[in-house]
Write a protein that binds this ligand. Structure first.
Ligand SMILES: [Fe+2]
Length: 452
């Protein structure tokens, strides 16, 4: 809101009591005690690579005081925040993005050295916020069909009303009932902190399940009001059970990467592209990626400036160059042009976008699969000039050399039971909309649509 709006709002007396936010003060607004348990990668029987934290996630821990929760809600529900940041993917759900630009409280809370220390301590590695646009992504479940209907229901004081649930709703099992979950997935960013801003008494669901190395699921209880949980969401496959039984549920989420040079950053923008404003996301993404690249090069340069003979170690130098080349390539590939992204999303739908890995599994069981997939790749009628063909060749070469490939679904070790197709390559890179476009060109999409 510019100064004129502030003045006119003051003059006409339109701001409600929720319109003035507080100044973030860790002594008043934080109420932290460390998580009782940190779940390690080893506990989950998962491999830990040297470039990640040994902590897979934490149990819920107190982070905001009673005053902190109210101050955060007051900051969120300011008219300018709602006006600038709210969108509604479907009735009953509001998403607020970019609130840190409108609210100093939200920005200062998430970026305060004390908060940064807490989240870093919880995950056992020094963390940086991934990029400003990912500060305090907020999901709100509240009654209402339109944005204004929903925002009218939001009050600084957390709602305590409950919703009557049927016995079936109470008894639902998120591991069996697909409608009640956000399905198994990896996050786009390495680490995440989820903070609860609503009362959860009477709430059913809201917990996270983590898939262990032996295929079983471990339950992590959802956080209570003012509490947070942290997860290494890019390395552990997880499922979120939807919450029921409460009138409002507000959770706010910030994503991180490690701030230490030489610790690999496995970020993608796959989960974010369909709903983010790409004109805001891409410039921030470019800056953070180039900064990370600069840090890596500076770190190496400082090392060899101190000990010049270390530059003779070709293995270390090669590793740096290979990793950073790959890092730059991903930086570029993730930025599908807004026009192309929109065209593909309209053609195939955002449900198919998020469902792309499952669709790929289904089409692989079709009798026409091998013929159509290999035909599409050998004829190259789909995007013949694109860089994806070079990427496909590099991956095929890496597979021949029995190297593992990084992937949005964890490390990929190809079993060579069938040919590696462009569909595999695009999903590996988390380019789901481009994958659907290739699937369409191959003829497999049409057959898939007739199945359902
Ligand atoms: Fe997630």
């Amino acid at each position: 809101m510019d100064s004129f709006c502030w003045l006119s709002a003051w003059f006409w007396g339109s701001p409600t009591s929720t319109d003035k936010e507080e100044t973030f003060d860790p002594k008043i607004h934080l109420h932290y005690s460390p998580p009782e348990k940190k779940i390690t990668m080893q506990d989950l029987l998962l491999d830990q690579t040297t470039d990640t934290s040994s902590v897979a996630g934490t149990t819920a821990f107190p982070l905001l005081s009673r005053e902190g929760v109210r101050a955060y809600r007051r900051a969120l529900f300011q008219q300018n925040v709602l006006d600038q940041c709210a969108s509604s993917p479907f009735p009953g759900t509001l998403v607020l993005r970019g609130a840190h630009k409108q609210s100093k409280f939200i920005k200062n809370f998430w970026t305060h050295p004390e908060t940064m220390r807490i989240v870093s301590e919880a995950m056992g590695v020094p963390l940086d916020v991934i990029m400003p646009t990912e500060i305090g992504h907020t999901n709100i479940q509240v009654e209402g069909a339109t944005i204004s209907e929903m925002t009218k229901k939001l009050k600084v004081e957390p709602a305590v009303e409950k919703v009557e649930l049927s016995p079936e709703e109470r008894a639902y099992d998120p591991l069996k009932d697909a409608s009640a979950i956000i399905p198994w997935h990896y996050d786009s960013y390495p680490y995440v902190c989820v903070l609860m801003l609503s009362e959860t008494e009477g709430m059913i669901g809201g917990e996270t399940y983590i898939k262990k190395g032996d295929g079983t699921a471990q339950k992590v209880e959802g956080p209570r009001i003012g509490h947070a949980v942290m997860l290494q969401g890019s390395k552990v496959q997880h499922l979120a059970a939807r919450a029921r039984g409460v009138k409002e549920r507000i959770s706010t989420i910030t994503s991180y990467r490690s701030s230490v040079p030489t610790v690999y950053d496995s970020s993608y923008m796959t989960n974010i592209r369909p709903y983010a404003n790409l004109n805001i996301l891409y410039p921030e993404w470019t800056q953070y990626r180039l900064r990370k690249l600069r840090d890596e090069i500076t770190h190496y340069l400082e090392t060899v400036e101190k000990e010049p003979e270390l530059a003779l170690d070709r293995v270390v130098l090669e590793k740096l160059l290979t990793e950073q080349t790959e890092y730059l390539r991903r930086t570029s590939r993730q930025m599908i042009t807004p026009e192309e992204h929109q065209r593909m999303l309209v053609a195939y739908g955002s449900a198919a976008y998020y469902d792309a890995p499952r669709i790929w599994k289904i089409v692989q069981s079709l009798p026409e699969f091998e013929k159509l997939a290999s035909g599409a790749d050998s004829d190259r009628v789909w995007m013949p000039q694109s860089v994806y063909w070079t990427d496909l060749q590099s991956s095929i070469e890496a597979i021949r050399l029995e190297k593992s490939l990084t992937s949005t679904m964890g490390n990929l070790i190809w079993d060579k039971k069938r040919q590696y197709y462009m569909g595999d390559e695009l999903l590996r890179q988390g380019l789901n909309e481009v994958f659907l476009d290739w699937l369409g060109a191959s003829g497999l999409w049409d057959i898939y649509c007739k199945l359902s």
